[in-house]
Write a protein that binds this ligand. Structure first.
Ligand SMILES: [Mn+2]
Length: 348
């Protein structure tokens, strides 16, 4: 996990023409921030125009607000004519990740990512001439901040705001194992951001659907000692699953929060831990072993199981059984999250 010579980034770029930039399905603030940052480097330093292609609807309210308020324009994945582009840059993900399907027919020029995830030696998986994968970074937006610095590009207010959102949400405002680089990016970017936009992105209006989803999540959540398991049926969006996992790990005394929900033909799973030193990715890999794919970083991991071969109920039960085994809670009695705590006490 070494940092490549960032000067090599310039060497993989064409002298002219347009590039296509993409990230994982259902982009999050870090993916969006990294895209906006790379787009500015390409334009300012190399005179290269670029378009973003985004896959999967963005539905989490914060992410919707970020996209709208920063006017992040993109092409639908089906609307890409490869003939118009000279190559592809992928951020906040890697080729081969199950939630990432860049448009075909274009050479992959560069990959910037901070996730663990794909199996096997790096060289077998990545084919981009410029590969920068380093899971020590808390956010891909931090890596893009470093790239801006390397190429002496001063971020516009919009770029600074976008990158700041990426660093902020992926590191939980530096609360989650940030590196010195993340801290530097955060504090250097902050004075350059649009504070009104930051506040509007952080506290967006929420549709009623959001509260309905959260009510369902509370109903579905079972507490097994120090682990929370919330395996729902159909959900609005994969992002709702991540949000539920994030929310419930905050319950006092909890160390693990596993959430799942079916969406777009897949069972989406998110795992969070606040156990010091615990690594969510190997844990989720164990839970999904043989069923689906996953990736993660530090205390967060996400994955999917295709629902094509087996019914939803079977997938949910397999995941629950594996998770209970992993959490050492096979013999622990499940208690509903929102059950009456007095009854719960008496029952133990
Ligand atoms: Mn990220």
């Amino acid at each position: 996990m070494s940092t490549p010579d960032l000067k090599q980034f310039a060497e993989v770029l064409p002298a002219e023409g347009r590039l296509l930039l993409c990230t994982h399905r259902h982009p999050d603030p870090d993916g969006l921030g990294a895209l906006v940052g790379v787009q500015q480097i390409l334009a300012d330093r190399f005179g290269l125009a670029s378009d973003l292609v985004l896959e999967g609807r963005i539905r989490r309210a914060e992410n919707v607000a970020m996209r709208r308020l920063l006017d992040i324009q993109s092409l639908p994945k089906g609307g890409v004519d490869p003939g118009l582009y000279r190559g592809l840059i992928l951020v906040d993900s890697q080729p081969g990740f199950s939630h990432t399907h860049p448009p075909g027919g274009l050479p992959l020029l560069a990959v910037l990512d901070h996730h663990d995830g794909a199996e096997g030696p790096l060289d077998d998986r990545l084919e981009a001439p410029f590969q920068w994968v380093d899971s020590r970074y808390g956010a891909t937006s931090t890596m893009v901040f470093d790239l801006l610095e390397e190429y002496a590009v001063i971020p516009s207010r919009r770029t600074a705001t976008a990158l700041f959102c990426g660093v902020r949400y992926d590191t939980h405002d530096l609360g989650l194992s940030p590196t010195d680089r993340d801290e530097r990016a955060y504090f250097e970017l902050l004075p350059q951001t649009d504070r009104k936009l930051l506040a509007a992105i952080d506290q967006p209006d929420l549709p009623r659907e959001y509260f309905r989803q959260m009510a369902l999540a509370i109903e579905s959540c079972q507490v097994y000692g120090n682990a929370l398991i919330t395996l729902m049926g159909e959900v609005n969006s994969p992002e709702a699953v991540a949000e539920v996992a994030d929310w419930f790990v905050r319950l006092e005394g909890q160390q693990w929060s596993l959430a799942g929900g079916a969406c777009d033909g897949r069972y989406q799973v998110s795992l969070r831990t606040d156990l010091a030193g615990a690594d969510a990715y190997p844990a989720l890999r164990y839970i999904l072993r043989g069923e689906g794919a996953c990736g993660g970083h530090g205390r967060m991991a996400g994955g999917q199981v295709p629902l094509t071969d087996q019914p939803l109920e079977a997938v949910i039960e397999k995941i629950r059984a594996r998770a209970l085994k992993l959490f050492g809670a096979e013999d622990v009695e499940a208690v509903p999250l929102a059950g009456d705590p007095r009854k719960t006490r008496a029952g133990r």
